[in-house]
Unconditional design. Sequence first.
Lengths: 245, 245
Amino acid sequence: MSDLSKNKIKWIRSLHQKKIREEEGLYCVEGEKMVLEAIAYAGDSIQLILHTTEFKFSHPSADSCCVSEKELAQISTLKTPNKAFAILRKKEISDFSEQNKLTLALDGVQDPGNMGTILRIADWFGISTIVCSKNTVECHNPKVVQASMGAIFRVQIAYVDLAQWLKKQSVPIYGALLSGESIYAKQELKNGILLLGNEGNGISEDILPFITHPIAIPRIGQAESLNVSVAAGILVSEFIRRTNS
Amino acid sequence: MSDLSKNKIKWIRSLHQKKIREEEGLYCVEGEKMVLEAIAYAGDSIQLILHTTEFKFSHPSADSCCVSEKELAQISTLKTPNKAFAILRKKEISDFSEQNKLTLALDGVQDPGNMGTILRIADWFGISTIVCSKNTVECHNPKVVQASMGAIFRVQIAYVDLAQWLKKQSVPIYGALLSGESIYAKQELKNGILLLGNEGNGISEDILPFITHPIAIPRIGQAESLNVSVAAGILVSEFIRRTNS
């Protein structure tokens, strides 16, 4: 019933490698819900939809192919593959300067789960752009894509030489630092860039000088740090609360 | 050089199962940093420290045993075991009512990473108690313990019949619901209980009636939801900001 050749399976599986994704300019999305979100929000990027007979969808132009549960399991990165799998073309991001809104900048965030969760935070709060240093985890990593819960289709992500990029910005650059000023006490919060660093090491030495406003979440207890995605959520929430009222 | 018998290795590995942890009243902690935190904050609960020759520590009374890297790998749940491993006795929590502080209540949080991150949030903001429904992920699950980054030693966690417990409380019960009142707009936030639900299904039907104040984090963009630990971070931060000032 299926026209999924061994070679095609091999090619799809190769897309689970970053190097191949970069060469091909493609990435994968898995599961019923995510593929439906892809159809709704990134329909024109879809190259191929692979699905079991149970998956109901409509797409005017994308190629699709009915596969067995077994074939789906062969191409999937999930423990429990779920009905659908899609291959999408990455979007090129050329112009991402938006001086009137809050922009997130990530300096070396490594964990795919954290990255996906940060995309989801941006999506929730209507932040349209995330600018990442080149050593930040790739946003098309399967774990990032899945953890983003569809935010990957709605938030634009750019990978840049962060120092070079920050140098050119004229808006306030708020950096999350343990030694920063309390976000609660800070008199004024304006839209600009909110910069978050690596899970273990924080913001790197060469990026620190670009911070115009070091900020922190006050610590009352004894934890050494907060998870970077939780810190992102708290800081973004406080910016939104203050700049929208 | 080592006195770690096959049987002992087998017994330690059995502690990675919830059932055995419950029978024995023990749990495990891994890695140099976590074991040092255990010594500092839960020293009297430590039953046994297993460590390589590289691990430097002092503990006046706990049994310890020098092991090889290979033995450490055999008992570890980590991909890259790191120098030390400890077995601790669980603490019984008898009295956890603290009417003057914010208490977190979790109704069916399932993901160990989320649970660990919520412990870390509590630890950061000085919340001393988390009350969990019986179907919330076990806090001594190895992934919870590791994700807590030491918070497991400083925050007390109780598993209760949540409906029965909530029924007896006289403080405000704030429930995180998509349909709740904006936390930003809410006129008054008092200390009480902050209730968070399951990742997929939110707060369960039988718990909803106990909520005296349904609250929400305003959504500006299009994400369907926030990660539960991120929501916990944002809500706790807002409570702390408002009740401490």
